[in-house]
Design a protein around this ligand. Structure first.
Ligand SMILES: C[S@@+](CC[C@H](N)C(=O)[O-])C[C@H]1O[C@@H](n2cnc3c(N)ncnc32)[C@H](O)[C@@H]1O
Length: 227
């Protein structure tokens, strides 16, 4: 499939698939969107919640749907550098790994350490646990999320599939049934999508659904809790 690199409104890059007429991130700002939806309302929210339980160390089992360019994983890795008290195991599913000639042109964070970490992460072998830091381990799985068999394993899910128009099957209720099963009780799913049918499907599976302000250019996003 043909892939193009585009610059988004915050100056950070994204990928565009002409065949699907779909970008990997918001054209209003890829880094801005990822920070807002996944880091602020997902990861940082979970860290704050776990801190309330007053444990000295916080272990987070994180699942991502759609590894793509690795932007969400990179931003998550940057967070553990700031929060040495947390330990993250980052599992991410992806069916179409982005080729090196494309990802090597993406400069998300203009700092030498970040570029090095990014290359290390992108070159990590698939289907193997790789420790990128003492408190960050990644497992990239080159399979469809529809193959996930986990039960009560994850604290947090970043649901970052292409939109329903481009890839309707990713938004089928059967996928969220699987993700619901994979979450621990109290676990959280975050996504940029706020479509009505999607939220009704989540509720029908027993999720408690919260509407939050979206990133620039988008009115709302969704955070859902497994009770
Ligand atoms: C919106 S992009 C992900 C962006 C990514 N999180 C990032 O930070 O760059 C959606 C990704 O889902 C992947 N994908 C498509 N079908 C999938 C499936 N069945 N299971 C897992 N990933 C899938 C696509 O190849 C694409 O890389």
């Amino acid at each position: 499939m043909k892939i193009e690199i585009l610059e988004t409104a915050d100056g950070s890059p994204t990928l565009y698939l002409p065949e699907l007429d779909e970008t990997y991130h918001s054209r209003h700002g890829s880094v801005q969107e990822a920070r807002h939806v996944f880091i602020q309302h997902g990861l940082n929210f979970i860290i704050q919640e776990q801190k309330k339980e007053e444990s000295a160390h916080t272990a987070i089992q994180l699942l991502e749907v759609g590894f793509g360019t690795g932007l969400n994983a990179l931003l998550t890795l940057q967070e553990v550098i700031l929060h040495t008290e947390i330990k993250i195991t980052y599992t991410s599913y992806e069916t179409q790994p982005v080729p090196k000639e494309i990802w090597s042109q993406l400069n998300y964070i203009n700092e030498p350490n970040a570029s090095e970490s990014y290359a290390h992460m992108m070159q990590a072998p698939w289907n193997e646990n790789v420790a990128l830091r003492s408190n960050f381990e990644i497992l990239k799985i080159d399979k469809a999320i529809q193959a996930l068999e986990a039960k009560e394993q994850f604290d947090l899910i970043y649901f970052d599939a292409f939109g329903p128009r481009a890839q309707a099957e990713m938004w089928d209720v059967s996928v969220f049934e699987r993700l619901h099963r994979a979450l621990k009780p109290g676990g959280v799913l975050v996504t940029y999508c706020a479509m009505g049918q999607f939220k009704r499907d989540l509720k029908s599976l027993g999720f408690r659904v919260e509407r939050l302000p979206g990133p620039p250019g988008k009115r709302e996003m969704t955070r859902a809790f497994k009770s």
